[in-house]
Every structure is written in C-alpha cells, then in structure tokens.
Design a binder for this molecule. Structure first.
Ligand code: UDP
Length: 333
C-alpha cells in the first residue's frame, strides 16, 4: 500500500510526507517543484518531479507503485493572486484536480484526501462556522477548491470513491523536530511575514485593515499548528482504510486571534519590536473565520495537541532562522 502525495514537497504536503514516513507508510510524492523543494522530500519517501494534471504519469504511478490512497495537496494558494489570475487558479486547482480524480477512479484508487479550505465559506460571522454553513466563497481561490469538493461528492456517489475533504483554517508553525517549515521565499502569510520582519528581512510589516467589525478592528483567524493538521490527515487515512464513508471536516481549533494579537505574540516571542504600518484592507479577506471543529473530533477521533500560539510562532521563527542562516537544509536563495 502506497500513498501518493501531490504537492508533497511543499509546506503542508511536506509535513504530510514526514507524518506518513514517521508512521511507516510507503510514500510517493508527485510535485512539480514550482513552490516546493526537492530537499523537503527525504528517503524513504520517493520524489517524482511532475505535474498532477499529467494523467499518463499519474496513471502509471498508480499502477506501478501500488497506490491505494491519494492525498492531494498541490494547489495555488494565494487569495489575492487568485483575484488577478482566476483562470490560472481554475486550471490548476479545479481542472487538474478533475484529471487527478478521474485517474483515481480509473486506476481503482478508492481513497482520496483533499486539502480544502475555510475559504469555501466566504464572509462568515464572528461565530465559529460549521461544515453545513452556507458555502459562498468570495475569491476564485475558494471557488476553485469548492468545485473540487463538489466533484468528489458526485464521484463518491457515482463510482464509490471515498474521500475526506479537510477544510483548513490558517495553517501555521513548523515541524516540532525542526525538519521542515514554511519555506516559500515570497509567502504572504501573516505569521511568516511577522517572523521574517522580526529577523530583519523586511523593515516593517503591514496590517491590512483595522476597520473590521472585530474586537480590535483587525481580521480574526483560527491558526492551526501544521503537525496537528497532519494528524487529522493520518486519522482520515485510517478512517478511509477501515471503511469510513465520504466526509468533509473543518480543521481548526475553534478559536481565533486577531492580526494585532498575532503581531504582539511575534514581537514577544522574538524579542524584537519591529515597525508596523496600517494599510488598507486586502481584497478577498473576510473579517473573521473560526472553525466549529466538532466533526473532526467525533468522526476522526482527532485531538489538538499543539494549540498554543506562542509555540506556533516560536516554531515558525526557529524555522525561519534555519533558512536565514542556511543551517539545516539548503533554503531558497
Ligand atoms: N495579514 C496582514 N499582514 C500581512 C499578512 C497578512 O495584515 O503581512 C492579514 C490578512 O489580511 C488576514 C490575516 O492577516 O486578515 C491572515 O492572512 P494570511 O495571508 O496569513 O491568511 P489567509 O487568512 O488570507 O488565508
């Protein structure tokens, strides 16, 4: 039994690769290295450099590697970019996912784990959002992922493919053993930008909007530690292998932090009081997104073990230092 991990050289997929290898699974990573890194995939995981939309390649891997499950991470993930390049997002995240799902069905792979996103909800209230809430994504990114959820639902009914779609809230932090972290040089995520600013990579950082209807006017997000998130994927794999039915679950902690609160944590943990500018709202940003996260606990038996924003920021900072000082694996230039 082999798990095919698309995007397994990237940030979240790379942590999945580590988690699977740690659990003794056979792993084949399919990644085009557009944003991932070959060094992130360590033996015994095998790296195949290629595109998950290449159906001939995927069909061959399924056949030759004895793939019994696909964990699909490869995607474009930057919300503002999806607004300026929607068709690129629909092509990569939706059309190529159709090809991948078809390969799974035709190749007899009956288990599929999909990286979905809280962006499928769109504008939510300050209340935690449940899986059965209205799905009204406000960005092409969110829509590109929601369409894949729909394809999986229909494929599940028609062909018996079983899937777990995990809707990620804000994934952050790094491998607690220091083997991997968010390595994309131009990542725009709040905690990444914060620790990079604390380390002097940027002279200051921007807060996008302070007129939101939240407790301090800045956006609220539910930050989930990446290894905790991967535990939910490993639980999903076990669930599918023991005959579990198709399922969609939120992955978050059920409480959120504002942008200002996150920046305070970054300053405290790093000990650096960097400059913060207040900038206009960023297009496509909902005011608050917090998970109602009961289903993932009840259906998959998942338990959060690393729900600690200080520790998440410390991991991100430690990883950034590794990249920065070129200790550990060679990072980007
Ligand atoms: N954000 C910010 N400054 C930054 C990066 C992000 O104020 O340099 C805000 C962003 O507007 C959003 C929140 O931080 O309200 C989280 O953004 P991120 O890009 O990390 O994740 P998203 O919620 O967009 O997936």
């Amino acid at each position: 039994m082999t798990v095919l991990v698309t995007g397994g050289a990237g940030y979240i997929g790379g942590h999945m690769t580590l988690g699977l290898v740690d659990a003794g699974e056979k792993v084949v990573v399919l990644d085009n290295l557009s944003t991932g890194f070959a060094w992130a995939v360590q033996p015994p995981a095998e790296l195949v450099v290629g595109d998950f939309g290449d159906s001939a390649l995927v069909a061959r891997l399924i056949r030759e590697k004895g793939v019994d499950a696909i964990a699909h991470f490869a995607a474009k993930i930057v919300v503002p970019e999806s607004l300026s390049d929607p068709l690129g997002y629909y092509d990569n995240n939706t059309a190529k996912a159709l090809s991948l799902i078809r390969c799974a069905v035709e190749g007899g792979v009956r288990r599929f784990i999909f990286s979905s996103t809280a962006a499928v909800y769109g504008e939510t209230s300050a209340e935690p959002v449940a899986e059965d809430a209205l799905l009204k994504p406000i960005s092409p990114y969110g829509r590109s992922k929601l369409m894949v959820e729909w394809m999986l639902q229909d494929a599940s009914r028609a062909y018996g493919l079983k899937y777990v779609a995990l809707r990620y809230f804000n994934v952050a932090g790094a491998d607690p053993q220091g083997r991997l972290g968010q390595s994309t040089p131009n990542a725009t995520h709040l905690i990444k930008r914060g620790v990079q600013t604390a380390l002097g990579r940027f002279p200051s950082m921007d807060v996008y909007g302070e007129d939101y209807p939240t407790r301090d006017g800045t956006c609220v997000r539910d930050y989930i530690q990446v290894t905790d998130l991967i535990d939910a994927h490993l639980a999903a794999l076990a669930y599918l292998r023991t005959g579990g039915d198709s399922l969609t679950c939120n992955c978050g902690y059920g409480h959120g932090a504002t942008v200002k609160e996150v920046i305070e944590v970054v300053k405290r943990v790093s000990g650096v009081d960097f400059k913060v500018n207040y900038a206009p709202r960023r297009a496509g940003d909902p005011a608050a997104i917090v998970a109602k996260a009961e289903r993932v606990r009840e259906a998959l038996g998942w338990r959060p073990r690393r729900d600690d924003l200080d520790a998440i920021v410390r991991q991100a900072l430690d990883w950034e230092r590794r990249l920065h000082n070129r200790l550990g694996p060679p990072g980007p230039a």
